[in-house]
Design a protein around this ligand. Structure first.
Ligand SMILES: Cc1ncc(C[n+]2csc(CCOP(=O)(O)OP(=O)(O)O)c2C)c(N)n1
Length: 332
């Protein structure tokens, strides 16, 4: 595996802090009704993305697909965060010209394939992307992420079967954050080790401490290498936690505040910062400067989104039909 160095820790700290603050800002502007519709935040789960990025070949070769908790993954993969923020604002400068919104961030150029609102819909799609890479012999690997709720969809089984049969270059990640909306993992099945679903297909599988990016990177490295050498898929259960509600309107009666606080004690950003301090990789001043830079970068994204124009009304008629001059009935 690519060595985890001083620079890795510093970059992990910078990136994860930025993702956290970026999403905190989204929560704030959502309350001001500047961002509308649904908003599902990733706070607490950042170590999964940080660990994955450590072993991915970016620039379009390796790919990622996920559900609607999808704002920071494209940023990690190189998409301009200003454009992601603008997409959430519904502005024309957004990644999908403001037509996708929160659940549909997408950038083929960066290898990020969404952003899917249908729970579990991305599982077969991810296998299809991997099939494409195998067919065209690109050497790329697809990382296909989904939640513990999505893991109970039937499509997972058909996908696992075919992915193993065809030895597709894909890593399936279930981000087990404990809950599917308000339903805990205990209430969805008679077992809690979701990774064991891989055993029925003889797919290499296992659990990962996903509050720790080092553990994620190690597990992912093995899985990516397996896929690259043509030995097929892996199924990893990333044990994580989401600090915020399922989406913005969630009274969270299904869990206690104490439970959330317990997980914050093993927060991924704090874990990385502790290593940085212990190893004296940065001085207190340098850490403060990073925090300041992150704050400024988030403010720049907000400013860009605020000042960008809404799409022109004409855009309503664009990208609907391939036929140009489709005879729309325009209402006054
Ligand atoms: C096919 C389908 N069924 C139901 C829903 C409604 N729904 C949206 S999110 C969600 C929970 C999914 O939870 P999980 O897969 O654990 O992901 P998490 O939100 O925890 O990241 C449900 C049931 C949906 N969007 N699509």
């Amino acid at each position: 595996m690519k060595e985890i160095t001083k620079e890795t820790y510093i970059n992990w700290y910078k990136d994860m802090l930025f993702w956290r603050k970026f999403e905190d800002k989204l929560a704030a502007v959502y309350i001001q009704q500047k961002v509308r519709g649904f908003l599902h935040l990733y706070n607490g789960q950042e170590a999964i993305l940080a660990g994955c990025l450590h072993v991915m070949e970016l620039g379009g070769k390796d790919k990622m697909i996920t559900a609607y908790r999808n704002h920071v993954q494209p940023i990690g993969m190189g998409v301009d965060p200003k454009r992601v923020m603008a997409e959430l604002y519904g502005k024309s400068t957004g990644t999908s010209h403001g037509m996708g919104g929160s659940m549909h961030i997408f950038s083929k150029e960066h290898g990020f394939y969404g952003g899917h609102g249908i729970v579990g819909g991305q599982i077969p799609l991810g296998a299809g992307m991997a099939f494409g890479d195998k067919y065209h012999n690109t050497g790329g690997v697809t990382i296909c992420c989904f939640g513990d709720g999505a893991a109970r969809q039937g499509s997972l089984h058909e996908t696992f079967n075919m992915a193993m049969l065809w030895k597709l270059p894909v890593v399936f990640i279930v981000e087990n954050n404990g809950y599917a909306m308000g339903t805990s993992v205990e209430r969805t099945a008679n077992h809690q080790d979701i990774w064991k679903l891989g055993l029925g297909y003889e797919m290499p599988c296992g659990p990962v401490d996903a509050m720790n990016p080092i553990k994620v990177a190690e597990a992912m490295d093995e899985a990516m290498e397996r896929a690259r050498r043509g030995d097929g898929p892996t199924f990893l259960e990333m044990k994580t936690y989401r600090y915020r509600g399922h989406s913005m309107s969630d009274a969270q009666h299904y869990r206690t505040k104490e439970e959330v606080e317990e997980y914050k004690k093993i927060d991924p950003i704090t874990q990385v910062l502790d290593i940085i301090k212990e190893e004296k990789y940065l001085t207190d001043e340098e850490i403060k400067q990073i925090d300041k830079d992150v704050k400024n970068k988030v403010a720049e994204c907000e400013k860009f989104a605020e000042e960008s124009p809404y799409p022109d009304k004409q855009q309503l008629y664009d990208m609907v039909y391939e036929q140009e001059n489709y005879p729309f009935v325009k209402h006054k």
